[in-house]
Design a protein around this ligand. Sequence first.
Ligand code: KG4
Ligand code: ZN
Length: 338
Amino acid sequence: MTRILGFESSCDETGVALIEVEGGRPPRLLAQALHSQIAMHQAYGGVVPELASRDHVRRVLPLTREVMAQAGLALSDVDLIAYTQGPGLAGALLVGAGVAVSLAAALEVPALPIHHLEGHLLSPFLSADAPEFPFVALLVSGGHTQLMRVSDVGLYEILGETIDDAAGEAFDKSAKLLGLPYPGGPHLARLAEFGNPQAYALPRPLLHSGKPDFSFAGLKTAVLTQVKKLGDAPCDQAKADLAASTQAAIVEVLVKKSLLALKESGLRRLVVAGGVGANAQLREQLNAVCARRGVRVHYPELSLCTDNGAMIAMAAALRVQRGMAKPRRDGGFEVRPR
Ligand code: KG4
Ligand code: ZN
């Protein structure tokens, strides 16, 4: 049996989780704790890297104690420590990696760096209805938008990705233009519930490119143009209509390109991961088109769509199970912001 303690600190959430691996059985999440810094960064309209690092320092050990208490275990019961190596904010990553590697040295256990996106990609394995390999993955976060063919753990082939902004960025930037708080994605989605998605004809760049690639920068410019037309005091309905139209544009592109990737790969399983995977419209529309085509769609639990420690511990667990983990014992580490 191997107990893995995982740390996530790439951006504005501090996440810690403990997972147990036993033979070939699905890894079991024993406990997890998360602290979101969203409220702290909201006043600045976005993540302030220096504040993020300092807050990770404040939170990481209390969260670790909380996880061990929840599991009813001691740190001496931990066999391996996993941490997010990147991509993310350099200072924020250094906090999680520094704590993880120091703790590993103190406990005389190995430390394993994990790629943040692999954590997102494998997060649906935390749900009872875990996907089977191979599958197509739509990875939609604040920093990334990619379609991938996932043949197994570690076997990832990028089928297409964004040439400019990520889907989450398109949500966040449009929301900011509409005067909504950071991070805008969920706020824009809530406002969109009251709007007409056909009210504004917004661009869907690369929709007909015939390739599973994305471009969202033009959408943000189009939203800006509409916001300017609305003037200084836009009425609530106009704002809701623009929010709904923006969401419709992003969701349509994500759905069409996912279908294209499924068709090209000949696969019938889709995994949606990353913060934007929490979007209700995206889920509804993907479910509808995939049901018609006999494609199974898997999502992480809603609370595990955005950054968390459990996905990092899970990625480590799946690697350990397959004998793929190459942990370090020498106390050295490096982070990879990009
Ligand atoms: O995966 P994540 O937590 O962080 C990154 O690794 O980037 O994703 C955060 C992104 C943000 O852009 C946020 O606005 C977006 O996910 N997001 C949403 C929703 N919930 C989170 N976007 C649209 N609708 C949502 N419900
Ligand atoms: Zn993330």
